[in-house]
Write a protein that binds this ligand. Structure first.
Ligand code: GRF
Length: 205
C-alpha cells in the first residue's frame, strides 16, 4: 500500500512510521510521499534523509480551503496514494478531501478523544488544557478523519499517566514516547494489511 504522510512540524511521528518500516512493524505499506504545509518543517529533512519524495503545499498560497483541498487531492492522486496519515498536520482538510479519501485518512491526536479535542486543540494547547483540568490520565487517539475536527471513528487509543510537576512540554513528550510513536505505526500496519487482504480477495475472484 502506498502511504502519504502529511506534516507541519518536527515529524517525530513520521520518524516513528519510518522506523517501523525498517524494524518490520510495518510490512504491508510504504511511505512514498511526505506533504508538508510548511516549507520549514523539520519533517521534510527526515523525509529527504530517507529518500522519500516531498511536496510543500502551504495553506497561505491558496485563497480558501476548497482550492487548498483540491491541490492536496491532486498531489495524492498523482501518487496513487492508498492511505493518508496526518502526523502533526495543522491545516484542516475540506470535506472534498475527506470524501475523496473516505476511511483512508487517519490522524493522531494527543489526548483521549472526546477529551481535549476539536478546533483549537492542537499541539501544546491540548496538554495545557489537560493539566488545567487536572486529569490524572491522558493519552493519544488514532482516528479516521471526516469533516468534523477530531470527529471521525476511533481506531486506537492508549492511556498515559499524568504526574505531579508535569509541564505541557513534559507531558507532550511522555504522550509521544508512551503512546503516539507506538500507536500510529501499528494503526498504519493494521489498515494497510486490511486493504491488502481485501484487494487480494478481489484479485482472486
Ligand atoms: C503530535 O503531538 C501529534 O499528536 C499532534 O501534533 C504533534 C506532532 O508532532 N497532532 P510531530 O511533528 O510528529 O513531532
Amino acid at each position: 500500500q502506498k502511504v502519504a504522510v502529511l506534516v507541519s512540524g518536527g515529524g517525530t511521528n513520521l520518524q516513528a512510521i519510518l522506523d517501523a518500516q525498517s524494524s518490520g512493524v510495518i510490512t504491508d505499506g510504504r511511505v512514498v510521499l511526505v506533504v508538508s504545509s510548511s516549507p520549514k518543517a523539520y519533517a521534510l529533512e527526515r523525509a529527504g534523509r530517507a529518500g522519500i519524495e516531498t511536496a510543500v503545499v502551504a495553506r497561505k498560497d491558496y485563497p480558501d480551503s476548497i482550492s487548498y483541498g483540491r491541490r492536496i487531492i491532486q498531489v495524492l492522486n498523482a501518487h496513487q496514494i492508498d492511505l493518508v496519515v496526518l502526523a502533526g498536520f495543522l491545516s484542516i482538510l475540506s470535506k472534498e478531501v475527506t470524501d475523496a479519501y473516505k476511511d483512508r485518512i487517519i490522524n493522531i491526536h494527543p489526548a483521549l478523544i472526546p477529551a481535549f479535542c476539536g478546533e483549537g486543540y492542537y499541539g501544546l494547547r491540548v496538554h495545557e488544557a489537560a493539566l488545567d483540568y487536572g486529569v490524572k490520565v491522558t493519552g493519544a487517539t488514532v482516528h479516521f478523519v471526516n469533516e468534523v475536527a477530531d470527529g471521525g471513528k476511533i481506531i486506537a487509543q492508549k492511556a498515559v499517566e499524568v504526574r505531579g510537576g508535569d509541564t505541557p512540554e513534559i507531558l507532550q513528550r511522555r504522550v509521544m514516547e508512551e503512546a503516539e510513536w507506538e500507536l500510529l505505526p501499528k494503526a498504519v500496519q493494521m489498515l494497510c494489511q486490511k486493504r491488502e487482504l481485501e484487494q487480494g480477495k478481489k484479485g482472486s475472484l
